[in-house]
Ligand binder design. Structure first.
Ligand code: GRG
Length: 289
């Protein structure tokens, strides 16, 4: 493995270089050499946002859980890439002037600032659609059907998009509305990260359901931690955070309770405490960014 490249990945993400290479190959394969599209900056734009320093937490959860249940990395990477495409599209669209109107993400100009608004809308659309193409190309039969169904349920109108609708288009705010937004907007993609591995491994519906529940709880934990970490970021967007309604210590209690719930759900999966998945969980429990 190229040492320079390995160091580059270590600085920006928890996920490994093999996965980054896999993703890069998929982007490169979209554009044939003779295509008019390859003369535009469309591919560069998609790669700019995809490789701009995300933590890759969702693909990593999918990969480590998948390995625990006997999958090889090459069986997991296409679904992990599809999921990260959808995550990337959501961030590009979330930053648009009509949504959060953000100019900086991950310390760099947002997609629409660098490439323009139409480019950002279209790149997001392309990443969303390409995710499903990847699933159809790499998997077979019932696995395709199950992955497509669960990815669309997690990302679509009753998943992440629904969460964004509640967040952007309603002014009502209560703790339970915040929890619903967190569940749809954040937890649903985490749910897919564990569910996908169970589906690819051919696990039964009960097992996939338990994996989904664990994924959703991890997503809720992640979002509650985000709300806590946001307090120190001195943003002027306090009304968007659950701490506009509850105290910091109440939020810390919610986080503690979520960890208790996760510790109980995890018992289903016979994970060794020294396993890679448990060490990721430990990092998640103690995350500072
Ligand atoms: C535009 C349909 C649509 C949805 C947008 C994901 C999202 C919904 C909005 C982004 C804002 C936000 C706070 C979402 C909650 C989920 C979340 C914590 C996203 C950030 O995920 P990280 O920390 O990001 O994994 P990186 O940068 O590491 O990839």
């Amino acid at each position: 493995m190229d040492l320079k490249k390995t160091l580059k990945v270590k600085k920006r993400a928890l996920m490994n270089q093999d996965f980054e290479n896999f993703c890069e190959q998929q982007f490169d394969s979209i554009f044939s050499e003779n295509s008019e599209l390859s003369k535009t900056d469309f591919k560069d734009g998609m790669k700019y946002s995809f490789f701009s320093g995300g933590k890759r937490i969702r693909p990593l959860l999918m990969t480590l859980f998948g390995k625990h249940i006997g999958l090889r990395e090459d069986q997991i990477y296409p679904a992990a890439f599809a999921l990260e495409c959808i995550h990337t599209y959501s961030l590009i669209h979330d930053d648009l002037p009509s949504m959060d109107n953000d100019e900086i993400r991950r310390g760099k100009p947002t997609h629409h600032i660098k490439y323009g608004e139409a480019h950002a809308v279209l790149s997001g659309d392309a990443l969303l659609t390409y995710a499903f193409e990847i699933i159809a190309r790499f998997y077979d039969g019932d696995v395709v059907k199950n992955l497509v169904l669960s990815l669309s349920q997690c990302a679509g109108p009753f998943g992440m998009v629904g969460g964004q609708v509640l967040d952007c288009l309603t002014d009502q705010r209560s703790v339970s509305i915040f929890e619903e937004i967190h569940y749809l907007k954040t937890a649903k993609l985490f749910m897919f990260s564990l569910r996908a591995s169970a589906v690819i491994a051919g696990k039964d519906p009960l097992y996939s359901g338990n994996a989904s529940s664990l994924g959703a709880s991890l997503g809720m934990l992640f979002q509650l931690q985000d709300d806590l970490l946001d307090i120190d970021k001195k943003t002027d967007r306090k009304e968007e955070n659950i701490t506009s309604l509850i105290s910091v210590s109440e939020l810390e209690t919610m986080i503690k309770n979520k960890k208790v719930e996760i510790n109980s759900l995890i018992k289903e999966f016979e994970l060794d405490k020294n396993s890679e998945f448990m060490s990721l969980l430990d990092k998640l429990y103690n995350r500072k960014n």
